[in-house]
Design a protein around this ligand. Structure first.
Ligand code: OGA
Ligand code: ZN
Ligand code: ZN
Length: 392
């Protein structure tokens, strides 16, 4: 049973809940709040003023912030505070002894904003190793297409583990584009909206040969490489062409622990990446492993064939190559791999910033044709939120 919001907070995500505020205590700079689920939190006065959702502070139609805290002199004096009989929290802000503004808070909306250390974290912290092979999230295409629980579970698994497999799609060109567009706008790159992974004459990329591909991420030569990659198998009848995946998050955390000096090099020393063909020459310089300011893993950029010339002072060159070899050793280690063979109608989705993919070489003994495309992670997350909003 969904609860009804007490106060319109200008928020389309479901927030109404059953938590009630049972006690409030105003202090000089903060308000202490306790809910009936036992949780306690403190909110500073400036925060409470800034998040006012009245029609003057938050646009009733766009739901964007109108309030500008620029003019407030800090610290902000405590307002008068009371709990309304129905349960809303009411704050009456004063200025020069005059009542200036009234703010009302929905208790459940506020409960969801009680600060927790997890709010400072960046993405998932649990990586996976070879043991993931036995618990790879698997889904059925027809069920995912129904846009109910299966679709939500697929997106959730993809975002949490960085990989998920859908089977049973019609193995024909065009199917990938149709499905991808139903999730999020396709993220176009220099390889086009949809790229065909096939052994081609005059290839401009290793993927378009029959060569084996070392574990890699796609397009690390861009400032923001594509986040989510969809690889759809139309035919995989050649000898070889098996897929390997490894979790860059897991590997980075192993290096952080077991090879801290190499980890330091890989996370701080900027390296050049470059892709060139007759039409484009796209370059970016950045460390191989990207961390957030808090030190959390953000992404990895290992792709040996589009690493550009190494431009480093001679005395730093070997330090870099040693660290690179150490990372590569981890990537070659089968204890970090999951191996699978894509079947016609399989749609493999993975987080290209986090999970590395590769394939074994294949021969001309049968057809091999994949189609691929990319999606923006933010738009996939958005799709999940909208599905959750509509499921309530
Ligand atoms: C790619 C790629 C893997 C494969 O197209 O980027 O890595 O199995 N393909 O062909
Ligand atoms: Zn207001
Ligand atoms: Zn690739």
């Amino acid at each position: 049973m969904s609860a009804i919001a007490l106060v319109d907070m200008g928020d389309l995500a479901p927030y109404a809940g059953r938590e009630r505020i049972v006690e409030i205590r105003p202090y000089t700079e903060t308000l202490w709040v306790k809910w009936d689920d036992g949780h306690e939190a403190r909110f500073s006065w400036i925060w409470l003023r800034d998040h006012c959702a009245c029609a003057a502070c938050r646009h009733p139609t766009t739901r964007e912030r109108l309030f500008e805290l620029y003019d407030l002199s800090l610290p902000l004096a405590a307002p008068r505070v009371l709990l309304e009989p129905e349960g809303a929290l009411q704050l009456r802000w004063q200025k020069d002894g005059q009542e200036e503004h009234v703010t009302r808070y929905d208790p459940a909306w506020l409960r969801r904003r009680a600060y927790e250390p997890a709010h400072a974290q960046n993405g998932p912290h649990e990586g996976w190793d070879a043991s993931m092979a036995g618990r790879l999230p698997r889904f059925n295409f027809d069920e995912v297409q129904e846009r109910g629980d299966a679709l939500r579970n697929w997106i959730q698994a993809l975002l949490q583990h960085g990989v998920a497999l859908i089977s049973g799609a019609p193995a024909r060109p065009g199917e990938l584009a149709r499905f991808a567009e139903s999730i999020a706008p396709i993220y176009e790159t220099n390889f086009g909206r949809i790229f065909d992974v096939q052994s081609k004459p005059n290839p401009n990329n290793a993927a378009y040969t029959s060569l084996g591909l070392e574990l890699h991420v796609d397009l690390p030569n861009h400032p923001s490489p594509p986040d989510i990659q969809l690889l759809f198998c139309i035919a995989n009848e050649a000898e070889g062409g098996d897929s390997t995946l490894a979790d860059g998050l897991w590997i980075a955390e192993r290096l952080r622990k077991e090879a801290p000096q190499d980890f330091q090099v890989l996370t701080t020393l900027p390296i050049d990446f470059r892709f060139q063909d007759a039409e484009v020459d796209i370059r970016f310089k950045t460390p191989l492993i990207e961390l957030s300011p808090q030190g959390d893993f953000i992404g990895i950029r290992f792709n040996n064939w589009i690493r550009d010339s190494l431009l480093l002072p001679p005395e730093e060159v070997e330090t870099f190559y040693r660290a690179y070899q150490r990372l590569w050793k981890e990537l070659r280690d089968e204890r970090n791999h999951i191996q699978l063979r894509l079947q016609a109608g399989d749609l493999l989705a993975f987080d290209n910033r986090r999970v590395l993919h590769g394939r074994t070489a294949f021969t001309a003994t049968g057809a091999r044709h994949l189609q691929g495309c990319y999606l923006q992670r933010s738009m996939v997350e958005s799709r999940l939120r909208i599905l959750e909003r509509n499921a309530k």
